[in-house]
Design a binder for this molecule. Structure first.
Ligand SMILES: NC(=O)c1ccc[n+]([C@@H]2O[C@H](COP(=O)([O-])OP(=O)(O)OC[C@H]3O[C@@H](n4cnc5c(N)ncnc54)[C@H](O)[C@@H]3O)[C@@H](O)[C@H]2O)c1
Length: 261
């Protein structure tokens, strides 16, 4: 039987994707639905979720949840909705993140913006993952979690609230992978480069720094995301970070050599 023909088990797998209203989260959520997985599309923006679900070829498998994940109570509401709508979550993708604004540099970012960035990325990610894991452990079921981190977990972005939140998430992935591993729950990071998806205002001139010669699109993340999420394809992979950046992170002050056409 083909290894790739059935990466998920639609009879048992249930997915929750945060930030599913737009960009990378939306693309991964639609990818999961495309594989037959019943998926909860969670986002703060109702219009975006409606449009995302409308874009699915099997909208019956795509369910909406609207709420602001910077509020701890909203995380509890989302977990309760996932219990009711899905009967629990086996696959969790955390892609929600507030907008990045270039004006929010270290001398300018206000306390509220700092807290919201950490609350959505790090605190909601931790709380949701831990509660989903508790339910899976009690039910003796395996699971697979994927956190959208960033190249700026390791390099400055001139947005200290963003880079520190992503650095925290990168370590959270390792902490959770180590703790949950013996229960059959895998936890990994997906590290996008410059993806013209909504959260990143793309400057086309950036393409010259990318070895593969173009900015990324949300769809570029989907095959790797689904492969890592799949227990069949990646059952022995945990605590890892998968960079999907067209080679952007290879950029430094040395130009690539001129080897002709
Ligand atoms: N786009 C890139 O180039 C890039 C690069 C590195 C990392 N990432 C990460 O990938 C993820 C997705 O990025 P994107 O560019 O697709 O982002 P995006 O802005 O297009 O989508 C983020 C989604 O999160 C939702 N959201 C924001 N605040 C929320 C809240 N309080 N509660 C619930 N939902 C909320 C938004 O409504 C939006 O639909 C983010 O975590 C981002 O940091 C993106």
């Amino acid at each position: 039987m083909s290894l790739f023909s059935t990466p998920f088990d639609p009879a048992h797998d249930r997915a929750l994707v945060t930030g599913a209203g737009n960009g990378i989260g939306r693309a991964i959520a639609l990818g999961l639905v495309g594989e037959g997985v019943r998926t909860l599309f969670a986002d703060v923006n109702a219009e975006r979720v409606k449009a995302a679900i409308g874009a699915s070829k099997t909208p019956g498998l795509a369910l909406p949840w609207i709420g602001d994940l910077s509020r701890p109570e909203a995380c509890d509401e989302l977990l309760a909705a996932a219990d009711v709508e899905l009967g629990g979550v086996t696959h969790f993708v955390h892609s929600a993140s507030p907008p990045r604004r270039e004006a929010d540099h270290a001398l300018a970012v206000d306390r509220r913006t700092w807290q919201e960035m950490h609350a959505v990325n790090l605190e909601a990610g931790f709380h949701l993952a831990r509660e989903i894991a508790k339910r899976l452990i009690a039910a003796k079921r395996s699971g697979s979690f994927l956190f959208l981190t960033s190249l700026h977990a390791g390099t400055p972005r001139n947005l200290p609230h963003y880079s520190t939140a992503k650095a925290g998430m990168a370590m959270l992935v390792k902490e959770l992978a180590k703790t949950f591993g013996r229960h059959g729950i895998r936890v990994n990071a997906l590290v996008p480069g410059a993806i013209a998806a909504g959260g990143f205002v793309a400057d086309a001139s950036l393409a010259k720094h990318i070895p593969l010669g173009r900015l990324g699109e949300a769809g570029d993340l989907v095959p790797v995301a689904l492969t890592v999420l799949s227990n069949k394809l990646s059952g022995y992979v945990t605590g890892a970070a998968f960079v999907v950046d067209g080679g952007l992170s290879l950029t430094n002050w040395f130009e690539a050599p001129d080897v002709g056409e």
